[in-house]
Ligand binder design. Structure first.
Ligand code: HEC
Ligand code: HEC
Length: 220
């Protein structure tokens, strides 16, 4: 009998000690660790962009945020300005772009340059390939696009046309539909967008879109 009581007393003592240890000994240690993290030295992209685009710009299809790694810096900056100045992403019923616009609404010119310079250091990841289409037919359709985006879809800065290789095809498909419906490229100040908006009308069906994207996928 005596032995059981002392054993249970010992157990109770141990439990008490453990409770004390977690509450009073470990807690300050954790707090100290967190206090040691200086969030002010975190890059802006971690603070603002990573939640949607991923820590290294790998993209997130669930929130509709494309991969950013590999985007040309001039194009990146132009799009950031368009979102910030409400030239792109103003329609409230297309929530993904609306959220992107809100995320960068307060960015200064200097902050944009900082983010763009940082994104430039990221490794290019091949875009997601989810679209299935006829690559031969797509190559024919792409003849309409190559004048601006280049034969190998590597882009043409002089024409403000970005590279289309190594991009997420689900994102490109969505953009083509946004251009077609006037959700992108309709703002009077969006000269480059307006050019692309009329080019997008050359694709007459979902099949056309899938085929041209399947061809672009072969250029990755
Ligand atoms: C709330 C989520 C969210 C945050 C935060 C966010 N983005 Fe976006 N971003 C998106 C979405 C969604 C899109 C796609 C919009 C569309 O479909 O038109 C996008 C589009 C873009 C584009 C256009 C890409 C292209 O090919 O035209 C760029 C550039 C971009 N984001 C950069 C950034 C940067 C840099 C930051 C941080 C300063 C940032 N984003 C923060 C969600 C976000
Ligand atoms: C007259 C020149 C021109 C032609 C032709 C053209 N584009 Fe574009 N495209 C552009 C420009 C300029 C942009 C950038 C628009 C902007 O700044 O918002 C663009 C943007 C895009 C985008 C959005 C990229 C992104 O990151 O969001 C896609 C997708 C695209 N073009 C696909 C095509 C396809 C497919 C064709 C052929 C059917 C085509 N383009 C023909 C000039 C052109």
């Amino acid at each position: 009998m005596m032995r059981i009581t002392s054993l249970s007393r010992l157990l109770r003592g141990l439990l008490l000690l453990m409770a004390l240890a977690t509450s009073s000994l470990f807690a300050p240690a954790f707090a100290q660790q967190y206090a040691a993290i200086d969030t002010s030295v975190q890059p802006l992209s971690n603070k603002i962009c990573a939640t949607c685009h991923g820590a290294y710009g790998q993209g997130n299809a669930v929130v509709g945020a494309p991969s950013l790694a590999g985007l040309e810096s001039w194009y990146l900056k132009e799009q950031l300005i368009k979102f910030r100045d409400s030239i792109r992403g103003v329609e409230k019923d297309y929530i993904p772009a609306h959220e992107m616009r809100a995320a960068v609404a307060e960015l200064s010119e200097a902050e944009m340059d900082e983010v763009v310079a940082y994104i430039e250091t990221w490794d290019v990841t091949p875009g997601a390939t989810t679209v299935i289409g006829d690559t031969v037919r797509g190559a024919g359709l792409y003849a309409n696009c190559s004048a601006c985006h280049g034969l190998s879809a590597t882009g043409n800065r002089a024409l403000s046309a970005p590279a289309l290789v190594n991009r997420d095809d689900w994102y490109l498909r969505r953009q083509l539909k946004l251009f077609q419906s006037g959700y992108r490229g309709q703002h009077p100040e969006d000269i480059a967008g307006a050019q692309m908006r009329s080019a997008a009308q050359l694709l007459k069906s979902d099949e056309d879109i899938n085929d041209v994207l399947a061809h672009i996928g072969t250029l990755n």
